[in-house]
Design a protein around this ligand. Structure first.
Ligand SMILES: Nc1ncnc2c1ncn2[C@@H]1O[C@H](COP(=O)(O)OP(=O)(O)OP(=O)(O)O)[C@@H](O)[C@H]1O
Ligand code: NI
Length: 274
């Protein structure tokens, strides 16, 4: 469905007002995701996860140097192709809540997303109503403007918009931040459901715990680089089937695995990460 081949990204870094350097934000990063799969991309803050999502969607800031290749359904994914597919076949649930239009009420915002995806206006209304109900956005939230929504509500609106887009590839960038455990479960379950319907989902999160219950494979990312891609079953026990010490340490650092079977102390685990 989607292949990312050796993608490198450099963005400007202003060390002072007259001096511009280039910072490498993605460094020969590769990943593929197939239909029916939830592929989690996990990494610490600043690892480059959101930039990876923007690179796939064609939403990178300018100027930017991008090298490497993206392929969607076997064909190179270039800028015009991305423009054409965005909001239709490719959907992003963005990390930033400012992606919502401040001048449009929730209900209309979701209905527009459905129309953009090619639904007739009657069907768009119906599909968006279903999505709003599914994500438990009540009548008041439906009539609210973005600034009147809580962070968790706004995130559910963005998720509902991706849901009605009928996209074949959904990229969810930290979709569960700010949600209570019940709402988080609903959003994560909905992503799993999309994959079970044959779509591809890239779930971006800094929290391995949220990824493991729904992912098929997990890619660990650090400083713009691929650390390891592993099937979800590798994250068990002492993490011995993980090939990289950083992935193992991330796994062992989860609260349920603290001081896990290896007998490693937390300090040793942290030393492993460093
Ligand atoms: N527009 C930009 N211009 C220059 N550098 C940027 C820009 N956006 C992000 N970066 C830098 O690129 C790196 C990766 O940023 P990115 O937002 O992709 O991280 P992330 O993994 O999504 O982090 P988080 O979990 O905090 O959202 C960071 O060092 C960040 O400072
Ligand atoms: Ni991010």
């Amino acid at each position: 469905m989607l292949t990312i081949d050796q993608l490198s990204l450099q963005l400007p870094l202003y060390t002072s007002w007259w001096k511009r350097d280039w910072a490498t934000c993605l460094d020969e990063f590769s990943l593929w995701v197939s239909a029916g799969e939830v592929h989690a991309v996990v990494g610490a803050s600043g690892a480059g996860k959101s930039l990876l999502a923007y690179a796939i969607m064609g939403l990178l800031p300018t100027p930017a140097y991008l090298n490497g290749q993206l392929y969607y359904q076997g064909k190179p994914l270039n800028a015009s192709h991305q423009r054409q597919l965005r909001g239709r076949e490719l959907a992003l649930i963005p990390q930033s809540l400012s992606a919502l239009d401040p001048l449009v009420r929730t209900q209309r915002q979701v209905a527009w997303a459905a129309q953009r995806a090619g639904h007739s206006s009657a069907h768009a209304r119906h599909a968006s109503q279903q999505a709003l109900d599914h994500y438990q956005l009540d009548a008041r939230a439906q009539q609210a403007y973005a600034h009147e929504l809580s962070g968790g509500m706004a995130r559910r609106v963005l998720t509902a918009m991706a849901h009605v887009s009928q996209a074949k590839l959904v990229i969810a960038d930290e979709p569960s931040v700010g949600l209570d455990p019940h709402q988080r479960q609903r959003v994560l379950d909905a992503l799993r459901e999309l994959a079970d319907q044959g779509k591809s989902v890239i779930l971006i999160t800094h929290d391995l715990r949220h990824a493991l219950p729904i992912a098929d494979r997990v890619t660990i990312m650090r400083d713009g680089k691929l650390v390891e891609t592993a099937p979800v079953c590798a994250f068990q026990g002492s993490g011995a089937s993980l090939t990289n010490a950083y992935s193992q340490a991330l796994w062992l650092a989860l609260p349920d695995n603290a001081f896990a079977t290896t007998g490693m102390s937390r300090r040793q685990q942290e030393a492993n990460v460093a």
